[in-house]
Design a protein around this ligand. Structure first.
Ligand code: MTE
Ligand code: HPA
Ligand code: MOS
Length: 759
C-alpha cells in the first residue's frame, strides 16, 4: 500500500499535544549555561554619544557584556546585502535595534541588567513612513519598473478611468515560539548552534562570519520550530549571531530567547504598503490599462526586501491578464525594524492592489464583482502571458470558479444578502468571491535546489535527513511518505531527523512554499539510489531480472520469493554494499532575467478561490465572518490532512492580517502594538461557523513535481482577500458606492470608511 496521498497525521502530532515535542528552549541545558538579553535602542534615529555598561556589569548575576567592538569577524547580519549590523556602532536607526548583549546566570537577571545601561543619544530626525521616504529619496534598494504595452495611452483612451490610493497594513508573524538560539562551544573553536530557524545554512554562515570562523567550524541544528511564517527566514540569524558572539566571548554555552514584546519590537514583519493605481477599463469591465506605484516599508536595511518587492510586482496581476501595465516599486528605507518574509512574501500586497481595482470597477459599473473578475481572468491559449513574459500554461481559474460558484451557491446568496440589507438598517451583510494564482519557486533561480541524506541501517530501518525545516507545516511527514514509498517500507520504519548543516550542506531556506516540492524530490533521489543497489543485490543473489523485483509494505518480492526488507538489507550489508546515499534536486525549466524582469521565474502556479460572507455592525464597525467556502488546488496532494490544515490555517492567518492585526508606530517611531493585548490575532471564536474547504480533485500537476503534487504553504493566505471584499461589499451603499476602506478592516477603519459616505 502506498503512503503518499494518505491523510497521515503530522509525525509529531502525538508529541505536540502531549507537550513532549522538544523545541529549542526544551533541549537539556548544558552545565554552565548563560542566558543572554539584548540592550536595545530606545530611539528611532540617533547618534550614540556614549554607551556606558558599568551598571549592567555590576548587576546581580552578570558574567559579561558584548558590544560591536567585541565582534572578531564581520558586524553584519544582512542576508543578501551586507547592510545590517548585529550591534549598532555610531548611530541607531530604529527603536529596538540591538546595541549590546548581556550574559547572566538567569534570563531574568540578564533582562534586568540590560535596563541598567547608560546610553547618551543625540537624536536625529527619523523617517517613519514610506511616503516620507519616497519624498526624501530614502530607499534600501533602487526603485524598479516593469512595463508591458503602453499603460498611459490605454488608460487615457479608455471609456472609464479610476484612481485610488490604498494603504495595506503589515503583519507580525506571531509564531507561538519566539526567536531563540543556544550556542554551545565545541572543542578546537567549533560552535554548535541550536536555532529556531527556517534557514540553518544562513545561520551557519552568518555565525561563522561574525565569529571569524569558517563554515566548517559551525554546525546549526533545528529539529522544529513552533511556527515561523517567514519570520525566521533571515531574522533567526541575528539571534544566533548574538548567542554565538557571547558564547565565544565567555567560553560558555549561551542561550538567547526573546521575550514576546522584544521579539515583536526587534524582529521584522510583513511590509506595509501604500499603493496608487490608475486604471482604464471598458463598458464590460475589462481592464485596458493599469498603472501601479508601490511604496513599501522596508525598515532600515535591505534584508529580503528585494525579492519581497519583486514578488509584489509579479503578483499584482493575480488571476488577471493585464495587457497594458506599468508597475513602479519603491523599496523605502524607514527608521523602523527591517521588514522581512511573511507567508506570501510580497505577493499578498500585490494581489490586494489588483483586487481593489477590480472591486472598484465593478462598483462603478454596478455589476457583480465576480463577473468583472471572470471577465479579466487569464485565458487559455489567449490572453495568457503574464507581465513578466511567463505563459500561464496550467490555468484552472475557470474550473475552480465554476465549482465554487456552484458549491457555495453564490448567486442565490447574493440575492439573499441584498434582501437582508434592504430590511436591516444597522447590520449589513456582504459577500465576495476572490481567486488566487500564486507562482511557485524562489524568484532567485539559484535558490531552487535541495539536498537529502538517507541511511538504511542493518535492521532495515531508515534515517532521513534533508535540508528542509519543520515549522508545523508538515514537511517532514510528507518527505517521509515519499521515502517510505520509494523503499517500500512503512512510515514507522523511518526516523525523521533534525535539519543539520553537517548532514545536508548548502540548503536554501525552507520558504517560497517549495519545501516538499524540492526536499521530496531530493529525498526520493537518495532513496532511489539505495533501492537500486538493493535491487541489484537481490537480482544477483536470487538470479532473477531486476524488473521482477518489487518493494512494498516492508517486503521485497523477488520473482516467486518474498523476503522481508530487513533481510535483503542484511544480504546487501554482507555483500559490502553501501546503504547510505545523498540526493539532490534542482527545479527544472525556470530561468529569469532580473534586469528586464522577464522569463519564467515560476515552475508552475498554485490556484484557489474563496467565497466569504460577513456581517458588519455599521454602528460599531465590528464584523464577523459567517461562512467561508474554499476550493483549493494542491495537485495530487501528498497528504490531504496536512494540506487541508495548511489551507485552513493560511486562510485564517490572512483574515487576521486583513481585519484585526494592526501594527501601530507612534510619532517617536516606537511600536505600540507589541503584545497580544494590543495586537489582535484571530482566535477560535473568530472562525467562520460554517467553513467548507475542498481540495480540487483529479488535479495532477501538469509539471513533473513530486507525485504531481502542488505547493500549499503560502497560497491559501491570499484566499482571505475575500473577507476584506465581503466587508467592503457590506458597507457599500448608493451614497457611498466605493468606500475608502484600508487594510486591516478594523472596526475603526470600517467606521472611517462609513464616515466617507456622502462626504
Ligand atoms: N504552517 C505552519 N504551521 N507554520 C509555519 O510557520 N509557514 C508558512 C507555510 N505554512 C508556516 C506554515 C510559510 S511562510 C511557508 S513559505 C511554508 O509553510 C514553508 O513550508 P513548505 O515549503 O514546506 O510548505
Ligand atoms: N520566497 C520566499 N523566500 C525567498 C524568496 C521567495 O521568492 N526569495 C528569496 N527568499
Ligand atoms: Mo515563507 S514567507 O516563503 O517563509
Amino acid at each position: 500500500m502506498k503512503t503518499v496521498g494518505n491523510a497521515l497525521p503530522h509525525d509529531s502530532a502525538h508529541l505536540h499535544v502531549s507537550g513532549r515535542a522538544a523545541y529549542t528552549d526544551d533541549l537539556p541545558e548544558p552545565r554552565d549555561l548563560l542566558h543572554v538579553a539584548v540592550g536595545m535602542s530606545s530611539k528611532a534615529h540617533a547618534r550614540l554619544r556614549a554607551v556606558d555598561l558599568g551598571g549592567v556589569l555590576a548587576a546581580a548575576g552578570v558574567v559579561d557584556v558584548c558590544l560591536a567592538a567585541d565582534i572578531a569577524g564581520e558586524n553584519n547580519c544582512g542576508p543578501i546585502v551586507h547592510d545590517e549590523k548585529i550591534f549598532a556602532t555610531d548611530t541607531v536607526e530604529y527603536a529596538g535595534q540591538a546595541i549590546f548583549a548581556v550574559a547572566a546566570g538567569s534570563a531574568d537577571q540578564a533582562r534586568k541588567a540590560a535596563l541598567n545601561a547608560y546610553i547618551d543619544y543625540e537624536e536625529l530626525e527619523p523617517i517613519l513612513d514610506p511616503l516620507t521616504a519616497v519624498e526624501k529619496g530614502s530607499f534600501v534598494l533602487p526603485s524598479e519598473t516593469l512595463a508591458r504595452g503602453d499603460a498611459a495611452a490605454a488608460i487615457g483612451d479608455a471609456p472609464h478611468r479610476l484612481q485610488r490610493r490604498i494603504r495595506i497594513g503589515g503583519q507580525d508573524q506571531f509564531y507561538l515560539e519566539g526567536h531563540i538560539a543556544m550556542c554551545i562551544p565545541q572543542e578546537d573553536d567549533g560552535l554548535l548552534v541550536y536555532s529556531s530557524t527556517q534557514h540553518p545554512d544562513e545561520v551557519q554562515h552568518l555565525v561563522a562570519k561574525a565569529t571569524n570562523r569558517a563554515a566548517k567550524d559551525v554546525v546549526c541544528v533545528c529539529r522544529r520550530m513552533g511556527g515561523a511564517f517567514g519570520g525566521k527566514e533571515s531574522q533567526a540569524a541575528t539571534i544566533a549571531c548574538i548567542a554565538a558572539l557571547m558564547a565565544v566571548k565567555t567560553g560558555r554555552p549561551c542561550k538567547l530567547r526573546l521575550d514576546r514584546d522584544d521579539d515583536m519590537i526587534m524582529t521584522g514583519k510583513r511590509h506595509d504598503f501604500v499603493v496608487d493605481y490608475d486604471v482604464g477599463f471598458d463598458d464590460t469591465g475589462r481592464i485596458l490599462g493599469i498603472d501601479f506605484t508601490f511604496a513599501s516599508r522596508c525598515g532600515i536595511s535591505a534584508d529580503l526586501s528585494g525579492p519581497v518587492n519583486d514578488r509584489t510586482m509579479f503578483h499584482c496581476d493575480n488571476a488577471y491578464f493585464l495587457e497594458n501595465v506599468r508597475i513602479v516599486s519603491h523599496r523605502c528605507k524607514t527608521n523602523t525594524v527591517s521588514n522581512t518574509a511573511f507567508r506570501g512574501f510580497g505577493g499578498p500586497q500585490g494581489m490586494v492592489a489588483i483586487e481593489y481595482a477590480i472591486d472598484d470597477i465593478a462598483r462603478t459599473l454596478g455589476v457583480d464583482p465576480l463577473d468583472i473578475r471572470r471577465r479579466n481572468f487569464y485565458g487559455i491559449g489567449e490572453r495568457d502571458v503574464t507581465q513578466y513574459g511567463q505563459t500561464v500554461e496550467d490555468n484552472t481559474l475557470d474550473l475552480i470558479a465554476d465549482k465554487l460558484e456552484a458549491d457555495a451557491d453564490y448567486r442565490a446568496r447574493r440575492a439573499a444578502v441584498r434582501e437582508f440589507n434592504a430590511s436591516n438598517r444597522i447590520l449589513k451583510r456582504g459577500l465576495a468571491l476572490t481567486p488566487v494564482k500564486f507562482g511557485i519557486s524562489f524568484t532567485s533561480t539559484h535558490l531552487n535546489q535541495a539536498g537529502a541524506l538517507v541511511h538504511v541501517y542493518r535492521d532495515g530501518t531508515v534515517h532521513l535527513n534533508h535540508g528542509g525545516t519543520e515549522m508545523g507545516q508538515g514537511l517532514y511527514i510528507k518527505v517521509a511518505q515519499v521515502v517510505a514509498d520509494e523503499l517500500g517500507v512503512p512510515v514507522s520504519a523511518i526516523r525523521i531527523n533534525a535539519a543539520d548543516t553537517s548532514k545536508v550542506p548548502n540548503a536554501s531556506a525552507t520558504a517560497a512554499s517549495s519545501g516538499s516540492d524540492m526536499n521530496g524530490k531530493a529525498a526520493q533521489a537518495a532513496a532511489r539510489k539505495i533501492r537500486g543497489r538493493l535491487t541489484e543485490v537481490a537480482s544477483q543473489r536470487f538470479s532473477v531480472p531486476e524488473t521482477a523485483i518489487d518493494f512494498s509494505d516492508g517486503w521485497v518480492s523477488v520473482g516467486p520469493d518474498t523476503l522481508a526488507f530487513a533481510e535483503l538489507v542484511q544480504l546487501a550489508w554482507a555483500d559490502r554494499v553501501s546503504l547510505s546515499a545523498t540526493g539532490f534536486y534542482k527545479t527544472p525549466k525556470i530561468h529569469y532575467d532580473r534586469s528586464t524582469f522577464s522569463g519564467r521565474p515560476f515552475f508552475y502556479f498554485a490556484y484557489g478561490a474563496a467565497v466569504s460572507e460577513v456581517v458588519v455592525d455599521t454602528l460599531t464597525g465590528e464584523s464577523r465572518i459567517l461562512r467561508v467556502d474554499i476550493v483549493h488546488d494542491c495537485g495530487d496532494s501528498l497528504n490531504p490532512a496536512v494540506d487541508l490544515g495548511q489551507v485552513e490555517g493560511g486562510f485564517v492567518q490572512g483574515a487576521g492580517w486583513l481585519t484585526s492585526e494592526e501594527l501601530f508606530w507612534n510619532d517617536a517611531g516606537e511600536l505600540q502594538t507589541h503584545a497580544p493585548s494590543t495586537y489582535k490575532i484571530p482566535t477560535c471564536s473568530d472562525l467562520a461557523p460554517e467553513f467548507n474547504v475542498t481540495l480540487l480533485e483529479n488535479a495532477a500537476n501538469r509539471e513533473d513535481t513530486i507525485y504531481r503534487s502542488k505547493a500549499v504553504g503560502e497560497p491559501p493566505l491570499m484566499l482571505a482577500i475575500s473577507v476584506f471584499h465581503a466587508i467592503r461589499d457590506a458597507i457599500a451603499t448608493d451614497s457611498n458606492p466605493l468606500p475608502a476602506l484600508d487594510t486591516p478592516a478594523t472596526p475603526e477603519a470600517v467606521l472611517r470608511a462609513l464616515e466617507g459616505a456622502g462626504a
